[in-house]
Design a protein around this ligand. Structure first.
Ligand code: FAD
Length: 327
C-alpha cells in the first residue's frame, strides 16, 4: 500500500478555507518524496462539490463524510469522523490549517490516536533516509528553528499557518476517486448544541491581502497609523503592525504580523519603522517584494528587503502618499 498523505479540507458553509489548498500543494511534494498518494478529507453537509475542488488542487482521492450532524463545526463529531477515517485507512501524514478550527480539531484527533502533533509549522520535508516527516517550527522565542520528528507513531500530524505555503495551480479538469464513509454518530450523541450564531465582524484580512503597509515603534505615536491607513487605502491593501505597537495598545492584535501574529504572503510588504526582529520576519519574509523604511541602515529588516529606504518615515510616507495620488 502506498503511503497516504492526507489534508483535512476546512470548510464553512461549503466554502473551503484556502489553507486547505495550500496544504494540498505541499502534500504533492511530500507524496512525491514518499512515493505515496495525496488524499483529502472532506467532512460537512452537502459538501460534495468540495471534493471536485480538492481534485483540482491535486488530491488523487477524497474521503467524504456528508452528514447533517456536520452541518456546522463542533469538535466532537468532526474529530469522531477524522479519527474513524484514520483508524480505517492508516495515513502516514495528516495536515490541517493552523486556524481556530484546525487548532481545535487537531489536538483532539492526535489525543484519540495517541500520536504527536506539531503546531504552527513553517516547513515540512521528508527525510530521504528514514522517510520520516521533518516538521520545522520556531522555538525558544523564535531564536532557533526546531526540527521535530514523530518516528514511532502514525499519522505524523502538523497544523500549518495559512500562507506558509503558496497556493498551487488549480486544474479543474483533474479527476479523482471519491470514497464515501458514514459518520456513525447521531445528533443525540453530540454533547454540544448551537443555540445561536453571531458572526464576528471581520475588519482585517491580512493573510490574503496583496499589499500590506506595516508599522512599528518607529512611528512614534499611535495616531501616526493614520498615514499608513491612507497609504494602504490608496494601494488597495491592509495595515499590519509589529508586536511592539500592538503590545503598546497603538493598534489591535488582529493587525499583528509575526510569530505570535499572522503569517502573510502579500505581493508587496512595506515595513515602516520596523527593526525586523526574527519574530517579525518569520511572519512576512515570504512576501514577493519587501520595501523597508528605517532610519537605521543596520536594521535587520534591510537584510531581507528588496528595496531599502534609509530615511525618516515621517518624510518618506507623506511623499509616497503624494506620489501615489498623482500616479
Ligand atoms: P523596534 O525593534 O523598537 O524597532 C523600531 C525601528 O524603528 C528601529 O529599527 C528604528 O531604527 C526605526 N525607527 C525609529 N524612528 C524611525 C523613523 N522616524 N523613521 C523610520 N524608522 C524609524 N514581534 C512581532 O513583530 N511579531 C510577533 O509576532 C512577535 N512575536 C514575538 C514572540 C516572542 C516569544 C518574543 C520574545 C518576541 C516577539 N516579537 C514579535 C517581538 C520582537 O522581538 C520585537 O521586539 C518587535 O518586533 C519589535 O517591534 P518594532 O520593530 O516595531 O520595534
Amino acid at each position: 500500500m502506498k503511503p497516504r498523505v492526507w489534508v483535512f479540507v476546512e470548510q464553512e458553509e461549503g466554502q473551503a478555507h484556502p489553507v486547505s489548498w495550500e496544504l494540498l500543494g505541499k502534500a504533492q511534494e511530500l507524496a512525491r518524496d514518499l512515493s505515496g498518494t495525496v488524499e483529502a478529507l472532506v467532512l460537512g453537509h452537502e459538501v460534495e462539490s468540495l471534493a471536485r475542488e480538492a481534485f483540482a488542487y491535486g488530491a488523487e482521492r477524497v474521503y467524504l463524510i456528508d452528514d447533517p450532524v456536520l452541518s456546522y463545526y463542533r469538535n466532537q463529531p468532526y474529530a469522531h469522523g477524522v479519527v474513524k477515517l484514520c483508524r480505517k485507512y492508516q495515513p502516514e501524514i495528516l495536515l490541517l490549517g493552523a486556524t481556530t478550527l484546525g487548532r481545535d480539531l487537531a489536538g483532539s484527533i492526535a489525543t484519540a490516536l495517541e500520536t504527536g502533533l506539531t503546531a504552527d509549522v513553517t516547513g515540512l520535508e521528508i527525510d530521504p533516509e528514514t522517510k520520516n516527516l521533518i516538521m520545522t517550527r520556531p522555538a525558544f522565542g523564535g531564536n532557533i528553528m526546531a526540527s521535530i520528528l514523530c518516528p514511532d507513531h502514525r499519522p505524523q500530524m502538523s497544523t500549518v499557518r495559512p500562507r506558509t505555503f503558496p497556493l498551487p495551480e488549480s486544474d479543474p479538469s483533474r479527476q479523482g476517486e471519491i470514497v464515501r464513509e458514514e459518520l456513525g454518530l447521531s445528533e443525540e450523541e453530540v454533547a454540544v448544541k448551537r443555540v445561536d450564531f453571531i458572526a464576528k465582524e471581520k475588519t482585517v484580512n491580512l493573510e490574503y491581502a496583496e499589499v500590506i503597509v506595516s508599522g512599528g515603534r518607529g512611528l512614534g505615536a499611535p495616531e501616526k497609523f493614520e498615514m499608513l491607513r491612507e497609504l494602504a487605502r490608496l494601494l488597495g491593501g491592509e495595515v499590519g503592525a509589529s508586536r511592539a505597537v500592538v503590545d503598546a495598545g497603538w493598534i489591535s492584535y488582529e493587525h499583528q504580523v509575526g510569530q505570535t501574529g499572522k503569517t502573510v504572503r502579500p505581493k508587496v510588504y512595506i515595513a515602516c519603522g520596523i527593526s525586523g526582529a526574527i519574530q517579525h520576519r518569520v511572519g512576512m519574509q515570504n512576501a514577493d517584494f519587501i520595501i523597508a523604511i528605517n532610519t537605521d541602515p543596520q536594521a535587520p529588516i534591510f537584510r531581507i528587503a528588496d528595496l531599502g529606504i534609509v530615511g525618516d518615515l515621517h518624510q518618506v510616507i507623506p511623499a509616497l502618499i503624494e506620489a501615489v495620488r498623482k500616479a
